[in-house]
Design a protein around this ligand. Structure first.
Ligand SMILES: *Cc1c(COP(=O)(O)O)cnc(C)c1O
Length: 422
């Protein structure tokens, strides 16, 4: 009770008694079950899990795991910290100055940077500040629905921005944009507040397709005096050879985007955040907008963003770049230690917000599908993929130092399985 709090202990005692009442356990087993539940209980009910799906950015599993440096930064910033205070002068300072400086050092193509709550907040803030009561010009091929039924167009229109759709599902040409931009303005006030390019991060349109690129749009946008926003989703700051089709902030800014938006917990590999990079004048307008205060990042996020950049390679990039041969060795090692299962080819995926449809060749340990449930419910929960009546354990997203925990979890699930079959 001292460590976890009385309410937590009481909750566990009651839940265990209820299990006895439902005859799931015997009344005599209650004290032992309570003791083991208390032992396994962390200070929050969120439990660390091993992601054995091979999907690097798994939104249901908390997206990017933080680097060691970012975890340490969270600890350091957890108490009082100088997030908005200058220790030299004793005066108030710019909030999150260190995270901003780290972002600008990592992405020199940007004049300024701002960190907000998440990618959706970045998009809402950008379109509201630049186009409230006006319209954003947006290709019909890029009206993305992200997870859980949320649609980016609904997010944008929620703050009184209207959407001016151009083109079709499969083809949108530069002329579709320029026709609207050239008709706009004149003697009347401008109707278009911004042009928005959205990375179709979770789907691909193939076949008879056409799009206007950021480089195509930059000139006409500049001529019309309308800012060009690029929502990149995935969070790469630089091109990554492993994902040649994936957009990155540096290339987008160099191609002429005035503002790029990315998520912090996708391929950037950090905490949940929205990262805005771009022209100083535009970032300044966004930072001064009333909505900026409603979506601002907390001190923990700012600390973790900085450390994600300055620390060693974040785990998402290590998983992305994992050598298939090394994955095969680890998987074979696991099979040998377990004495069961087959090592089979298994493609990993980038997952939410990047690399749609791009397979990442790798390997998995194939086990009977009935093990998946006990793996999920073990002391160290392991989430694997169930497909074709098999449970596929993929090591791509498991840190090598966690291999022994994975082995222990697999042994315990196999042990429970044997007991059941007896
Ligand atoms: C993921 C994504 C978002 C939303 O970002 P969150 O950080 O999840 O809020 C917006 N746009 C695109 C293109 C995305 O991929």
């Amino acid at each position: 009770a001292g460590a976890l709090g009385e309410l937590v202990v009481l909750g566990i005692v009651r839940a265990t008694q209820d299990r006895a009442r439902r005859r799931e356990i015997t009344p005599e087993a209650v004290p032992d079950e309570v003791a083991s539940a208390l032992e396994n209980r962390g200070t929050s009910s969120l439990r660390p899990v091993l992601n054995a799906t091979g999907v690097i950015i798994h939104t249901n599993l908390g997206r990017a795991p933080l680097s060691a440096a970012a975890r340490e930064a969270l600890q350091d910033a957890a108490g009082h910290t100088d997030v908005e205070f200058d220790l030299t002068t004793g005066a108030r300072s710019r909030r999150g100055a260190a995270a901003r400086a780290a972002l600008l050092a990592a992405c020199p193509a940007a004049e300024d940077a701002l960190v907000v709550n998440n990618g959706a907040a970045a998009l809402s803030l950008a379109t509201t500040a630049l186009a409230q009561d006006r319209e954003v010009l947006w290709s019909r091929g890029e009206l993305v629905e992200i997870g859980a039924g949320f649609r980016l167009a609904d997010l944008v229109t929620a703050t009184g921005v209207r959407v001016c759709e151009v083109g079709t599902t499969n083809r949108t040409h530069l002329a579709d944009y320029t026709r609207v931009l050239e008709d706009d303005g004149g003697d009347d006030e401008r109707r278009i507040g911004a042009v928005l390019k959205v990375h179709t991060s979770n789907y691909r349109v193939e076949g008879f397709t056409a799009e206007a690129t950021i480089a195509d749009l930059a000139g006409p946008c500049r001529a019309a005096g309308v800012p060009l926003i690029a929502d990149l989703g995935s969070g790469l700051l630089h091109p990554d050879p492993a994902l040649p089709e994936e957009p990155d902030a540096t290339t987008a800014l160099e191609a002429g985007a005035d503002l790029v938006l990315t998520s912090g917990d996708k391929l950037f590999g950090g905490p949940q955040a929205g990262i805005l990079l771009g022209r100083a004048e535009i970032i300044g307008r966004l930072a001064r907008h009333a909505l900026a205060r409603a979506v601002r990042a907390d001190k923990l996020t700012l600390a973790a963003i900085e450390a994600t950049i300055t620390g060693s390679e974040p785990p998402v990039l290590a998983s992305l770049h994992a050598d298939p041969e090394a994955l095969r060795d680890r998987t074979e090692h696991l099979r040998d230690a377990l004495g069961t299962g087959d090592v089979v080819p298994h493609d990993g995926r980038v997952g939410g917000g990047g690399g749609a449809g791009v397979p990442l060749p790798g390997w998995a340990l194939r086990l009977p599908s009935r093990l998946a449930g006990s793996l999920r419910q073990g002391e160290t929960p392991v989430v694997a993929t169930v497909r074709d009546d098999a449970c596929l354990v993929d090591l791509r997203c498991i840190l090598p130092e966690d291999d022994e925990h994975l082995l222990a979890a697999l042994r315990s699930a196999l042990g429970a399985d044997e007991e059941d079959s007896r």
